[in-house]
Design a protein around this ligand. Structure first.
Ligand code: ADP
Ligand code: MG
Length: 475
């Protein structure tokens, strides 16, 4: 049907234009497979493979796509998106694989890509500090409030009250994040201070090398000229007596000169019994704070922050499901998010509780999730608030837009879906629904529900979406 009128060249030109305005990550994540249904001089309609993708494009990149379309076809005044589940049908010759296209386009203008590694700071092997670790994106909850506050205090007044700052906790709870975030903040705030972040491992190999080259004194001097010294994972100095002695000397000089020292370990100094007692006790001079295991709310907030940073829309209920089922280790939570994004990028698999539960099982992080926790999550959804959250999450819009009264299509449909489900699946009366939706009257709600029913008769996809939602909600 739509093959006849399409124009693959037009699509290719628009895509090419978009690669100049969008970030690679966005492009690869959200543009995957797209085809052109139809265009008049004024309007272009894009077909995409799922409603998840349609929502993403329509919400996040509408302006960019419209601008690119106008640039290529100046008469265009509007664009639209539709879902076509058959987009992947091989007979559909008008589908474009945007990732391949992107690679081709950028291969020509590709420069060197940055690889993280080490940078030499006046002879010291300092690890490059990752700029994504910031105090602002470190999510604060009861488990790590103290660590965050101490980090901020150290940045405000380096070398004074909290010296050294010793951060300890289990793996994957954010020690490296907080240490590097301090490094970033220091560098930004005090441009002329020499800030070094390193790991105990790296420090150790620096030392071994200087022994070989007979330049231990030089190494010491260099470290002693630093203004802010950050050493991650000091537990790895266990048993390395000579290295500990050097660190002890460096520590003393820096401390006497009011230079800030920040350390991390997998347990508090007192328990680092494989370290020399004098080093252990130095580590206790300032403030010792632990990063604890984040509670559910904090885990959820961290996950949402990570998704936001990747500009990936993670439906609320999926985020809750992950935060609920994955406990202690934040790195594992992040790993699951990465898997979900990859699944979406590679196979167009949208993030749903079912898909994620299956994936978690595969990763065997938890046991029999599908059997237990999915049901647990489903059973726990009872109130209209939860239904609204689920609908909002599913359609990738904010709850306030569902409850609002604008007439934008991308808000109206989810709004009608929410009313329809409340009425038909949760037995709310029209009056009660009206009260929830900013005091609409009984007949307005009735009209909305009827309206949706007529749409459903024609729109197979929406019908299907609602079934997915009902499944998830267990209603
Ligand atoms: P550790 O060094 O303690 O093993 P990391 O600092 O490497 O842990 O943390 C693992 C991952 O979890 C990192 O990507 C980090 O950004 C993330 N993370 C941990 N805690 C938080 C938090 N409170 N807010 C945001 N991200 C966090
Ligand atoms: Mg670490």
């Amino acid at each position: 049907m739509h093959q006849e009128n399409t124009d693959i060249t037009l699509l290719r030109d628009i895509i090419k234009e978009l690669t100049t305005t969008l970030r690679k990550q966005d492009f690869l994540t959200y543009f995957k497979r797209i085809s052109l249904l139809d265009h008049t001089p004024e309007k272009i309609t894009f077909w995409v493979v799922s409603s998840f993708m349609r929502d993403n494009l329509a919400h996040k990149f509408f302006d960019e796509i419209l601008a690119a379309s106008k640039k290529i076809l100046p008469t265009v005044t509007s664009i639209d998106f539709s879902v076509d589940k058959n987009i992947d049908n091989p007979s559909n010759g008008n589908v474009m694989d945007c990732a391949a296209e992107y690679k081709e386009i950028t291969a020509k203008k590709k420069g060197k890509e940055e690889t993280p590694g080490t940078e030499m700071v006046e002879g010291i092997n300092s690890r490059i500090i990752n700029s994504k670790y910031r105090l602002e994106n470190f999510i604060v909850g009861p488990s790590n409030q103290l660590v965050h506050a101490a980090a901020e205090a150290v940045v405000r007044r380096p070398g004074s009250a909290y010296n050294p700052l010793f951060v300890y906790g289990d793996v994957g709870l954010g020690k490296t994040h907080i240490l590097q975030a301090i490094g970033n903040a220091m560098k930004e705030r005090y441009k002329d201070k020499k800030v070094i972040y390193t790991t105990a491992d790296r420090f150790l190999s620096d030392y071994i090398e200087s022994v070989k080259k007979r330049t231990v004194d030089r190494m010491k001097e260099k470290y002693q000229s630093i203004d802010v010294l950050i050493i991650d994972d000091v537990q790895f100095l266990a048993g390395k007596d000579a290295t500990q002695t050097v660190l002890y000397n460096i520590f003393n000089t820096l401390f006497e000169n009011n230079k800030q020292i920040i350390l991390s370990g997998d347990r508090p100094p007192k328990e680092l019994t494989a370290l020399e007692p004098r080093l252990q006790s130095r580590f206790e001079w300032g403030i010792i704070v632990d990063v604890g295991i984040p509670d559910f709310e904090t885990r959820l907030a961290i996950l949402q922050e990570k998704a936001r940073a990747r500009e990936f829309i993670l439906p609320q209920e999926v985020a809750e499901f992950i935060a609920y089922n994955l406990g202690a280790n934040v790195r594992e939570i992040e790993g699951v998010l990465n898997q979900i994004i990859a699944e979406y990028e590679l196979h167009n698999t949208p993030p749903t509780i079912d898909n994620v539960a299956r994936r978690l099982n595969k990763l065997s992080i938890t046991d029999s999730l599908i059997g237990n926790s999915t049901k647990k999550m489903q059973a726990s959804i009872k109130t209209y608030e939860e239904l609204l959250d689920a609908v909002a999450g599913h359609f990738g819009i904010e709850k306030r837009h569902i409850l609002g009264d604008d007439r934008k299509k991308e808000n109206m449909i989810p709004r009608q879906v929410a009313m329809y489900l409340l009425k038909n699946r949760m037995n709310y009366t029209y009056e009660r629904i009206g009260n929830i939706f900013s005091g609409r009257n009984h007949s307005a709600v009735l009209y909305s529900c009827k309206k949706l029913e007529t749409i459903l008769k024609k729109d197979q996809n929406l019908f299907y979406e609602i079934n997915i939602l009902r499944d998830k909600l267990g209603i």
